[in-house]
Ligand binder design. Structure first.
Ligand code: FAD
Ligand code: SF4
Length: 327
């Protein structure tokens, strides 16, 4: 690992003022569970590392006056998975949190870090390989090993977005609050993420001198039910091969409105508008759930090794829709 200056930030302002103007200069650390791997593997070698965990009052889960929630960026994934407030109001978020990595990683890992974690593509994580994302000239996954890569939104890089939390939060229409040198901004979490065709080097809209400070979740619509289903090779300590977050507001068995967000599918959490359109306004039956699942994979583009994702997605989407109406 290359030597760097370590700064314990005293406040959000202090953290932001310590940040440099480009990504090679500085990086922030929350739990460090992803960042330390990148530093040790020399995937990145910044001059400064700024610790956000020393900022007071960035670790909280609070109800808002309108019945929603706000969560501070350095709140741990364990705290989120154990919160009774979240379990009752937003089961999809609680279930996603409980499926992140392993208990040890959930104890250290924070919400901000989970949402901003870098991709797990094996070519990206190998420092001797200079692929497109790291400034090279080609994507090695496209012509090489692509078992864990995307089936939507790919090109010229084919990563999948790794965060379980992101898919679940987007299904609840969450917003993200960012603080930088130019001040504060808030945007829909769904618009926080970028596709490689928009920026092949970064996965979100953060500038080098900005940090995530809070996630805001609006109150759920009437009679909203939600669920998170994840398939991975191992039960624990593993990223999603395929996952789905469903949040559905219902009148009896009729779907009034719905969000379906896929994980392990695309370079960003992938809202399946096709599947949502198959459900909105309809009575939910097995046949309707099946056509939504089929619609979700209609425009998938597979590569040599990831064709299995089509069936896996169809199955988990159908199961999630049928499970959610029973909950
Ligand atoms: C073996 C293993 C298995 C895993 N399995 C899963 C899984 O199944 N599901 C899943 O969702 N995740 C998984 N993860 C990822 C893990 O959840 C993340 O490493 C963790 O959530 C990141 O949180 P952190 O606080 O440790 O982030 P850090 O490691 O501190 O930071 C991660 C990245 O985010 C940036 N960052 C951190 N905080 C902020 C902020 N507030 N604002 C802006 N940028 C920020 C850092 O600069 C860094 O680039 C796994 C990780 C490992 C090592
Ligand atoms: S998928 Fe992206 S990160 Fe992986 S080799 Fe291709 S360009 Fe690099």
């Amino acid at each position: 690992m290359k030597n760097f200056t370590y700064i314990n930030a005293k406040s959000i302002k202090d953290a932001v003022e310590s940040l440099g103007k480009n990504w090679n200069e500085s990086v922030v650390k929350s739990g460090g569970t992803d960042l330390l791997g990148e530093l040790k593997g020399m995937i990145i070698s910044p001059e400064k590392v700024i610790n956000l965990k020393t900022i007071p009052n960035l670790d909280y889960i609070e109800s808002t006056q309108d019945g929603g929630l706000k969560i501070g960026a350095v709140t741990t994934i364990t705290k989120i998975s154990e919160s009774s407030l979240i379990k009752t109001k937003f089961p999809v978020i609680s279930q996603a949190a409980s499926k992140v990595a392993s208990p040890q990683l959930r104890n250290m890992g924070t919400l901000g870090g989970n949402l901003c974690q870098r991709p797990r593509c094996w070519y990206y994580r190998e420092n001797s390989i200079l692929c497109l994302k790291k400034g090279g000239s080609q994507c090695y996954a496209f012509t090489g090993e692509n078992k864990f890569h995307c089936i939507f939104g790919g090109g010229p890089c084919f990563i999948v977005h790794p965060s379980d939390m992101a898919a679940s939060l987007i299904s609840c229409d969450a917003e993200i609050k960012i603080y930088g040198r130019k001040g504060e901004r808030e945007l829909e979490l769904n618009n926080f993420y970028l596709l490689p065709r928009e920026n092949v080097n970064r996965e979100n809209v953060l500038n080098p001198d900005e940090i995530v400070v809070e996630i805001i979740i609006p109150p759920p619509k009437n009679n909203t039910k939600s669920i998170y289903i994840k398939q991975s090779i191992r039960e624990t300590w593993d990223f999603a091969l395929c996952s789905v977050a469903v949040s559905m507001s219902m009148s009896g068995l009729k779907c009034d409105d719905v969000r379906i967000v896929l994980g392990g599918a695309a370079p960003k959490p992938w809202r399946s508008i096709n599947a949502e359109n198959e459900l909105r306004g309809k009575m939910i039956t097995e046949t309707v759930a099946e056509s939504a699942a089929k619609a979700a994979v209609n425009n998938a583009q597979t590569m040599r090794d990831n064709k299995y994702k089509i069936n896996l997605f169809q199955n988990i989407i159908k199961s999630a829709i049928l499970e959610v109406i029973k909950s």
